[in-house]
Design a protein around this ligand. Sequence first.
Ligand SMILES: NC(=O)c1ccc[n+]([C@@H]2O[C@H](COP(=O)([O-])OP(=O)(O)OC[C@H]3O[C@@H](n4cnc5c(N)ncnc54)[C@H](OP(=O)(O)O)[C@@H]3O)[C@@H](O)[C@H]2O)c1
Length: 220
Amino acid sequence: MKAALIGYGKTGSEVQKALGLDEHALFNTSRPPTLDALSAFDVVVVFVPGEAFLEMIPMLLSTDLRVVSGATGVELPDDLEDECVKRGRAWVVAQNFSPAMHMIQEALQWIGAHPDWLADATMSLKEVHHKEKRDAPSGTAKRWIEWMDTRDISVTSQREGDALGLHELSIETPLERVTIRHEALDRALFAQGAIQAAEWLLQSGREPGLYSMKDVVEGS
Ligand SMILES: NC(=O)c1ccc[n+]([C@@H]2O[C@H](COP(=O)([O-])OP(=O)(O)OC[C@H]3O[C@@H](n4cnc5c(N)ncnc54)[C@H](OP(=O)(O)O)[C@@H]3O)[C@@H](O)[C@H]2O)c1
C-alpha cells in the first residue's frame, strides 16, 4: 500500500508508526499536501481538524487517490457522495474507526426500532475526550443519537486531560437500567481501523462512492 498521511498529531502519528511512513508521505500545516506530492501515492489517510478537512476536499477530489478521513466536528458537503460517484472516487469517512462501533450501531438501531420499550425510559449520554478536542458533542455521540433516532436524550460532554474517548449511554426505566459503554484504551485503535479502511478501499473492484466504517466492517 502506497499511503500518504495528512495530519500526524495525536492520532495520525499512530498511523505513521503502524505503516512505518517516512517524511515523504507525511503532510501537515508546515508541509501542506499538494497535487504533485500526492501523485506518488494510491491512498491518503487524513487526521486533521474537521474545518481543515473541508478545505482540502476539492483538492482531494481532483486526485484519483482513495481517501480515508477521520476528521470530525463538521458536516460533510451534501453533494460529496454524488461527487465521489461522478468522478469515480472511493472514500471512507468515519467519525470513529473502532470496529466495535458497528456492534453498537446494531444495538442502538434496534433500540430506535422499538420505541415502545423506551416509553417509560430516561436516556442520557455522556462523552469524555481530551481537553484539546474542539467539537462537542463528539461526532460519535451524534451518531449514537442518530442511530437511536431520538431527540429525547440528555447529552453531557466532558473534556479531561488526555482522555482517549469514552461514550456511555444509560437507559433507565422504573424497573431496570441498561448501560452501553465504549472506551478507547489506545489511539492505535483508530489508526488500525483507518488502515483497515484503506486496505478495503484498495481491494480490486471497489466501486466509487462515499463509504462508512460499517461498509468496511461488513466487508460489503
Ligand atoms: N474518526 C476517528 O476514529 C477519530 C479518532 C481520533 C481523532 N479523530 C479526529 O481526528 C482529527 C485529528 O485529531 P488529533 O487528536 O490527532 O489532532 P492533533 O493532535 O491536533 O493533530 C492534528 C494534525 O492535523 C494537522 N493539520 C491541521 N490543520 C491542517 C491543515 N490545514 N493541513 C494539513 N495538516 C493540518 C496538524 O498539523 P500541525 O502539527 O502542523 O498543526 C496535526 O498534524 C480530529 O478531527 C479528531 O476529532 C478521529
